[in-house]
Design a protein around this ligand. Structure first.
Ligand SMILES: Nc1ncnc2c1ncn2[C@@H]1O[C@H](COP(=O)(O)OP(=O)(O)O)[C@@H](O)[C@H]1O
Ligand SMILES: [Mg+2]
Length: 211
């Protein structure tokens, strides 16, 4: 299966995919990363580290044709997309094959507005049109990230607003902390017990992933 992280602009996608790869791997999943962003940030993090899993570079509008053949059997492919506002073509291609889409949204009204302006729901529907008619749309879940530690009211308000609009929103939220901000600096990643470990548990409980 493919899990894709998307957002209209920079929110925390690469950080989410890098930690999710580690968290899934630590929980016994076979994983492979796909860098579908021309910035190659995920790929560079992988190159600079010593990982037991692979990351492939595939920032291509033919992602939907090429990536399935590059995902080994039984593996979860975690795909880091570029910002949809600037890289719509690649994002569209990724979403054609994504089995689970994570919309990475900073917990601010500004980022929610950018989702509406894209518009994210229209973008997703457009990509699903290419699927066979009888296949139901794949699950889409919003992940709130960079939540200020110690604040509950504001992120819960944003969460409620999104739920009222019909979005699925993970109850797990990723706080804005130095540990995650430092992700690309080559420090070892300890995913067990992190918020991303919690996210894997929530994904399992909701039946979104399984081994
Ligand atoms: N949970 C977090 N806490 C603190 N900083 C974060 C967090 N997630 C992302 N960042 C920072 O936000 C910026 C954008 O993150 P990044 O993962 O590169 O987003 P994107 O891939 O959407 O552009 C980076 O400087 C990153 O270190
Ligand atoms: Mg990125």
């Amino acid at each position: 299966m493919f899990i894709a992280a998307v957002s209209p602009r920079s929110t925390g996608k690469t950080t989410v995919i890098w930690w999710l790869l580690h968290a899934l791997h630590a929980r016994g999943y076979d994983v492979k990363g796909f860098d579908a962003d021309e910035s190659k940030q995920l790929y560079r993090w992988w190159q600079a580290s010593d990982q037991e899993f692979d990351v492939a570079r595939l920032a291509d509008t033919r992602f939907h044709e090429e990536a399935p053949g590059e995902l080994p059997d039984g593996h979860v492919g975690a795909v880091d997309c570029g910002h949809l506002e600037n890289h719509a073509g690649i994002g569209y291609s990724v979403l054609r094959v994504a089995d689970l889409t994570i919309v990475v949204c900073a917990a601010t009204n500004g980022d929610v507005e950018r989702m509406e302006e894209l518009p994210m729901d229209g973008f997703l529907e457009l990509s699903w049109r290419k699927r066979a008619d009888n296949v139901p749309p794949p699950p889409v879940w919003v992940l709130l990230v960079r939540v200020q530690p110690g604040t509950r009211t504001s992120p819960e308000g944003i969460r409620k607003g999104l739920v009222d609009e019909g979005w699925n929103v993970f109850t797990t939220m990723i706080p804005s902390v130095q540990k995650y901000a430092n992700t690309g600096e080559g420090l070892p990643i300890h995913a067990a017990g992190s918020h991303f470990d919690e996210l894997v548990t929530e994904m399992e409980q909701r039946g979104l992933i399984s081994k």
